[in-house]
Ligand binder design. Sequence first.
Ligand code: DUC
Ligand code: ZN
Ligand code: ZN
Length: 489
Amino acid sequence: MTEFDLTIRGGTLANDKETFRADIGIIGDKIAAVGPGLAPGRRNIDAAGHYVLPGGIDTHCHVEQLSGMGRMTADDWYSASVSAAFGGTTTIVPFAAQHRGKSLKKVAADYAALAAEKSVIDYSYHVILTETDDVTLREDLPALIRSGITSFKVYMTYDALKLDDYQMLEVLAVAAREKALCMVHAENTDVIRWISKRLLEQGYGAPKYHGTSHMHLAEGEATHRVIQLARLFEVPILIVHVSAREAVGAIQMARQAGLQVFGETCSHYLVLTAENMDLPGTEGAKYCCSPPLRDKAAQDALWKALKNGTLQVLSSDHAPYRYDETGKLPYGQATTFKDVANGMPSLEARLPILFSEGVSKGRLTLPEFVALSSANHARMYGMYPRKGVLAAGADADVTIWNPVKKVTLATDILHDRTGYTPFDGMEITGWPETVVSAGRVVVEGGRLHAEKGSGRFIARGVPEALATDREISTEAYFFRALADAKRTK
Ligand code: DUC
Ligand code: ZN
Ligand code: ZN
């Protein structure tokens, strides 16, 4: 019998449907066996009293990326992947962002080269689409999808990034035809623009007015609208970073009607509120993100939606902009909410927060935690069952949690380069102590044991929602209407 390179022994394991006691035997980069009483390997980790879970997958993070406003994230692929690993995440899927006028093919190739050079854990990437010309939609995007980049993000707001409804239909048609997952940033851009203009004219420029302008109805309306647009092609869509109750409601209604509409929320929406933006001077800029933080009722709705399946994935939306002129405050103290770089760092804190607030506080079961942090990401983005599950044949991506370890979050215990954490002082119960990525123990005893560039590109398959033999598009409204027109000509 082949000897295991590594065993993880005596822990409590969970996948997305069950919790069980077993050992894990690893050979090379794969799980070779999962079961009780496995023979010891060359190296053995005692996991008694610990939870042994599939490594986290973070499918929404901004890494070494220029924002729509032209600001560079503080993290590159190295620091981001290190920070992710320390937070129990073993696969990240950030964005290669096409800015207007740029070739999607070149943007993706350049981004892939940066990742290969620096990532310490496995990775893939999505693309952000801002152009809908023929080369982008007929050549570059289909070629990328066929090469394993099977998802892309589009924006309904931000002047430099947004698509109008016509363009949205163009990209949704490609998603249906090529079997890619379309991720949508859903906010009504004109509502935000109209309110912002009036607030600024009357001198209300403090960070907290970011929340006033990006109001909940703007998110609810755009979510509802893109759901209707997707119905033309019956193409699955994912609404990313849901924060408003109205958006949760729109997704829930769509799902109850049998539509393939999925939803994601992020750790900060579960534990912070709009009150965090209401700080003296520009301090509240640290908490500006889009869609913005909301109120306690919205938080409760998000927890409920994670629990009842309305939302399937919990991501970080890690957007690390420093609290200075390079990031959050391009005009220093004179920066108004309109010019604050949006987003906050949360790649490393994402899973400790979900574990502590979810599992430790009894809101989530362990399988629910695994689904939201790992398995559903793998299914949603075409990586299952290679990733997101503890089973023979899967990649050996394993995070070993100490469920009783208490940690107070602070900037200097985290490994990103943002220079602040919005979760400063937060008490966490449960910590990812040991992290195994592709069979390598990459985090142990508070130290990193992985080389820059040792992470691997994961070519993704068809997202689960699109992996159907049914010709999605030919049954959909538009194509039925076309067929009728031809018949009655
Ligand atoms: N919103 C985004 O759309 N992207 C980056 C961060 C944010 O807050
Ligand atoms: Zn977004
Ligand atoms: Zn984002």
